[in-house]
Design a protein around this ligand. Structure first.
Ligand code: 3PG
Length: 308
């Protein structure tokens, strides 16, 4: 049986070697297609794959139809919005992710971005410190929990809100030192800096709109290491036009990147390429976890971390 690693954005060499080692030690065949630029290359490579390990690569019904033997797709990472779950389910293909494996890399980037913006992109003008500032975490999964822990080291007050958790659930997260918000409004009202950590689902698409952003302080900072689809871009542009000190920093280039850049050169920053999970450690953790999950599934049908 064959495990195919298909990454248009390749993993670090160490991670690829680790994946290959896990797969071959289990007596399975390993193949990889990295840095591919055309969908046709992927369609060709998946033909005889039993399991497919990917990153943000778009896996739709056409890819699944080209892979006649495919039983498993593993998104080596957290967000699986790049995989068509309905198409997979209707073809009896199991889809998994590797939750938490790249969370630390994303959490560290949040602080890199936060300091960069609060020091005005290091332009020499007077900036702000993080100490005693109020940080709001929208959603409270693996990344947000790590952000909360690091924020304690900066002596920030951390608020969290998640529609998926009850207030009591969040209170049990006391070890993270977070103050729970009852609503997204309460979160935005009580935070100088808001960091987004929700998955992309139908009800989290466009969830950051003018009304919500308007609850933030005039000099608020919005940090996005989640997905661009969470933001109503025209609403964010409007807020930034109305509030000359409001900042936005993101790891995912908005569709209106050029407009943000032109209008707010000093208060907006987008990483040139999505960098949240781009560390050797995160690549290794997510990639090798995916390899183990593939082996367990193909050998014994273990479908822990199934998402469809
Ligand atoms: C994730 O969902 O795990 C992150 O967005 C990382 O995505 P990437 O593997 O495309 O860098």
């Amino acid at each position: 049986m064959k495990v195919l690693l298909a990454t248009s954005k390749p993993f670090a060499l160490q991670a690829v070697q680790g994946i290959q080692n896990v797969v071959e030690t289990a007596g399975l065949e390993f193949e990889k297609i990295e840095n591919y630029t055309e969908k046709s290359q992927l369609l060709d490579a998946v033909k005889d794959a039993d399991a497919l390990i990917v990153r943000s690569d778009k896996i739709d019904g056409e890819v699944m139809d080209a892979a006649k033997q495919l039983k498993l797709i593993i998104r080596a990472g957290a967000g699986y919005d790049n995989v068509d779950l309905d198409a997979a389910t209707s073809r009896n293909i199991c889809v998994m992710n590797t939750p938490g494996q790249n969370a630390n890399a994303v959490a560290e980037l949040v602080f890199g971005m936060m300091i960069y913006m609060q020091r005005n992109k290091f332009d020499g003008s007077v900036g702000r410190e993080l100490i005693n500032r109020r940080l709001g975490l929208y959603a409270f999964g693996n990344v947000a929990k790590k952000v909360a822990r690091i924020a304690r080291g900066f002596n920030m007050a951390v608020y969290a809100y998640s529609p998926a958790l009850t207030h009591d659930d969040l209170r049990k997260e006391g070890e993270y030192g977070v103050i729970t918000a009852y609503s997204n409004r309460e979160l935005f009202e009580n935070s100088d800096i808001v960091s987004l950590h929700m998955p992309l689902l139908e009800d989290t698409r466009n969830c950051i709109d003018y009304k919500l952003l308007a609850y933030m302080p005039k000099d608020g900072l919005l940090i996005n290491t989640a997905r661009k689809e969470h933001i109503v871009e025209d609403d964010l542009i409007r807020i930034m036009e109305e509030r000359p000190a409001f900042q936005y920093v993101t790891d995912i280039k908005p569709d209106k990147h050029e407009i943000f850049l032109e209008k707010f050169p000093n208060r907006y920053f987008a990483t040139p390429k999505k960098s949240g999970a781009q560390t050797t450690e995160a690549n290794r953790n997510a990639g090798i976890a995916a390899a183990h999950q593939a082996v367990m599934f193909l050998k014994s049908g273990d479908d822990k971390y199934r998402v469809n």
